[in-house]
Write a protein that binds this ligand. Sequence first.
Ligand code: SF4
Length: 367
Amino acid sequence: MLLQQQDLGAEYYSLQPQEIEERIRLRITELRDDILILCHHYQSQSLFQFADLSGDSLKLAREASGISDREFLIFCGVHFMAESADILAHKGQKVLLPHLHAGCPMADMATVGAVEQAYKELLAAGIMSAETDMVPVTYVNSSAAIKAFVGEREGSVCTSSNGEKVLKWAMEKGEKVFFFPDEHLGRNSASALGIPDEQVLLWHRGERLGGNSLEALNNARILLWDGYCEVHMRFLPDHIRQWRLREPDIRIIIHPECPHDVLTLADHYGSTEAIISAVQDSPAGSKWAIGTEVNLVERLQRQHPDKEIHLLAPSSCQCTTMDCNQPVNLLWLLDNLADGRVFNQITVEPAIAASAARSLEQMLAIS
Ligand code: SF4
């Protein structure tokens, strides 16, 4: 969802990076009792340095929900993360995004209108006799509206660390599972559970019945929405083959948003937290090629100078939408807060938030 970011004004454009940093530090000191700054692992170091809390999206939202005495949660991440923080926030807390164009293209690939249409078509075609025949599962990287759709149908959210567990639960609960919005996390989780390929079907957005025959839909156990993360799609099997030729003792670890043909060649895969732990726990001198967003890989390089750490792909794989958040946007937000003006608040309608919370609670019950 693209919200319109208002112009910061001429005075901000002429500021030098050092001046911006100094002014942010002063504002943080001034507003200390009112603000909490949360930063996702993929956020650039220029913002990450100001984080009170850092982590993946769900960890941030959960940890922030344990803090009730700060009125403003400034979420340096993307839109769906700020929505999750708002759903879990305490009454009266406000979640702010430094730049409103910081969205997630993958989350935007599954709109609630398109998902409702898919359910209508499946019902009309007799693939399911009632909506309860299909258990919806959504990756946490999805809009609050999709999480609400899932919660209303007694499905569950999942993360990149519990995708397999949640998918297993869903398959035990219903005849079929519809997995949103990331094809690759769904396919990788299904493969880890040993589900045969012919029971896993891709739903092509915009095509009638997702571009599938009735027979294929009847035989399928898992339908995968065809969303993807453009950052993790840039990692290719050839990148792994090249590293293995160049550095035979290198270990390859990737994020499960990468395509399945990449994952099958890697030594390990896991969430951002799992990648960080694997590198942290490895002995000095270890060599790693990592398939995830470049800001996290570069941070690991700085934090572990005793290890050899590379980005798996030769060119930069950056979450450019998250990078819309820049220090100057944080400064602008803080300056306005200091003057009593609240900008860029992300709010989820109460009815949507209540249903979305059900799908998040379901995940917590499974995990
Ligand atoms: S890295 Fe990919 S999935 Fe994560 S926020 Fe960016 S576009 Fe979305």
